[in-house]
Ligand binder design. Structure first.
Ligand code: PLP
Length: 350
């Protein structure tokens, strides 16, 4: 790491900000015997009449245990999307700073850059869907604050080469966000064990994919205590509601079930991949480290619409760079995948 200086990366107004202090921030207790007359809540207990813990301590402790990391390195958000937005708002000065993203990739980075009025410098992945290091380093300048790496990448499904990620972490003096939404389906290791080695590393994960809890909106950021101290200043005080905190905790108590679902999905992914390859209009199946497959077909728009008529929705990614005539297909349950394959077989002669 050359010259990492977090202080220089934070926006001035955020550096000088005095955060809102909520009733629950000012008084914390583990005792069950307290009388709480401080937050203007309805005093009648219905299980949800109290504000939730703004720091989600129970949930973080459990997550820290499962992930073998300190809870001081965890920040939770209303989905990864909130976490990513907090990162933009803390470090990128609107109209001045820029970030680097690597299309084809997750669309939210660009949307968040646009919302926050931050220039998004797009550097296309190469034809193996790997980061083009030369091109990336050419686009970096003083106001480049963040590089977003999605690995495994959506929509291509591959994980980036660890060596390339490491070079970016080593050479770039700004922040590197690695989005690991699909890491549980991958054969590659998470970068979580490297958090201490790289002060500029921020890692996001989510309850929305492998954990089967997209409905509760719970995203995770792992980063240094120093980075999290800054983000905690601007986080809405009660961003994770009580129901989500409870369900998230239950979810983490069920890791055996989640792990068995992950292996099932991986097996189904590999079966699906073999069966898709036999279809006469399927030209290529990209190797996937995630719970979806990117496939190239003869005519993506036509095949997309034909599937819709058979009540099957996939994602048409053909308008994305390097994804000409590509469909992204999420791995479903066994019966759902069988239904997809039969539907596609009927299309072979259309
Ligand atoms: C699905 C997905 C997410 C998840 O976002 P949430 O807001 O946590 O549901 C994050 N990143 C990528 C690349 C995704 O595909």
């Amino acid at each position: 790491m050359k010259d990492f200086n977090l202080d220089n990366l934070v926006r001035k107004n955020i550096k000088n900000l005095k955060a809102y202090s909520s009733a629950r921030d000012e008084f914390k207790t583990e005792s069950d015997n307290m009388v709480f007359l401080d937050a203007n809540e309805n005093p009648n207990d219905n299980g949800l009449n109290r504000y939730p813990d703004p720091q989600q301590q129970k949930l973080k402790r459990k997550l820290a245990e499962v992930k073998n990391i300190s809870s001081e390195n965890i920040l939770l958000g209303n989905g990864s999307d909130e976490v990513l937005d907090l990162i933009f708002r803390a470090f990128c000065e609107p109209g001045i700073d820029n970030v680097i993203t690597l299309p084809p990739t997750y669309g939210m980075y660009k949307v968040l850059a646009d919302i926050n009025n931050i220039e998004n410098r797009e550097v296309l992945l190469n034809h193996e869907f790997e980061p083009d290091l030369t091109a990336i380093f050419e686009r970096i300048e003083d106001n480049t604050k963040i590089i977003f790496l999605c690995s495994p990448n959506n929509p291509s499904g591959n994980s980036f080469s660890p060596d390339k990620i490491e070079q970016i972490l080593n050479k770039f003096e700004g922040l590197v966000v690695i989005d690991e939404a699909y890491i549980d389906f991958s054969e590659n290791d998470s970068w979580l064990s490297k958090l201490q080695s790289y002060p500029n590393l921020m890692l996001t994960q989510t309850f929305s994919k492998a954990y089967g809890a997209a409905g509760i909106r719970l995203g995770i950021l792992y980063a240094s205590k120093e980075i999290l101290e800054i983000l905690n200043r601007i986080k809405p005080p009660y961003n994770i509601n009580e129901l989500t905190q409870k369900t998230g905790l239950e979810c983490l108590g069920n890791m055996d079930l989640i792990k068995s679902q992950i292996s099932e999905i991986q097996i189904e992914r590999n079966n699906l991949s073999k069966q898709l390859l036999e279809l006469n209009f399927v030209q290529k199946i990209y190797k996937s480290d995630a719970n979806f497959l990117l496939i190239e077909v003869d005519e993506a728009n036509k095949r997309y619409n034909q599937l819709l008529k058979k009540d099957i929705v996939v994602r048409n990614r053909s308008n994305q760079p390097l994804c000409n005539n590509c469909l992204r297909i999420t791995v479903g349950t066994k019966p759902e995948n069988n239904k997809l394959i039969s539907a596609l077989k009927e299309l072979e002669n259309e």
